[in-house]
Ligand binder design. Structure first.
Ligand SMILES: C[S@@+](CC[C@H](N)C(=O)[O-])C[C@H]1O[C@@H](n2cnc3c(N)ncnc32)[C@H](O)[C@@H]1O
Length: 186
């Protein structure tokens, strides 16, 4: 029989599997402990491991490069990226968010980050302006995905990289779910 060698799973996947193993059958035997593991602690530990993965990937792929933070909000990611990027440009359509982002960049003394008011569907940049685009929690908010991806493709330089962290759905949303605005807003 031919033996196939597969690489070992990443540490974060092992951690995730271990967490779920702990939960197996726990609800029936110890509901209180099950409640502890499935509280916000679980949510924040997943966010933390995703953050570690996110910045590790970017350090390896975007150090010294031109990064676009697409829908930068108050600049949380842009200001982190400024530590190792060549230059960071954050765009957002919300002036209040951009003011916060600028204040944060000034406070940390970053000179390689700028914030530009722009709509995501029509970016004010020449073709091929960026080596890396990052986008966190933005594309799901924009109905015209074709316009978004056309713009991202246009502003990325040939061979550029795109990193997206966003909400996806695996199953169709029910008519009732579509009508309930509380499910769609924070
Ligand atoms: C959930 S926040 C995420 C902010 C940031 N990426 C982060 O991770 O902290 C979404 C951001 O997308 C921006 N946004 C949504 N639709 C947009 C559009 N069509 N053009 C530009 N920005 C948009 C909002 O103004 C908001 O700041």
């Amino acid at each position: 029989m031919r033996s196939v060698s597969t690489p070992p799973p990443e540490a974060r996947k092992l951690e995730e599997a271990e967490f779920h193993d702990k939960l197996r059958g726990l609800y029936e035997t110890d509901p209180e402990r099950y409640g502890y593991f499935t509280s916000n602690k679980k949510f924040y530990s997943v966010v933390k491991s995703s953050d570690d993965f996110y910045y590790d990937w970017l350090r390896r792929n975007a150090t010294g490069k031109r990064i676009l933070d697409f829908g930068c909000g108050s600049g949380t990611h842009s200001t982190e990226l400024a530590h190792f990027a060549g230059h960071v440009t954050g765009i957002d359509m919300t002036p209040a968010m951009l003011n916060k982002a600028r204040a944060a960049a000034t406070q940390m003394g970053a000179t390689n980050v700028e914030f530009v008011e722009s709509e995501a569907e029509q970016l004010p940049f020449a073709d091929g302006s960026f080596d890396v685009v990052v986008s966190n929690g933005v594309i799901d908010l924009i109905p015209d995905k074709d316009a978004v991806f056309a713009e991202l493709y246009r502003v990325l330089a040939p061979g550029g990289r795109l990193q997206i962290a966003d909400v996806t759905i695996q199953n169709p949303v029910s008519a009732e779910g579509r009508r309930n605005i509380d499910l769609w807003t924070g």
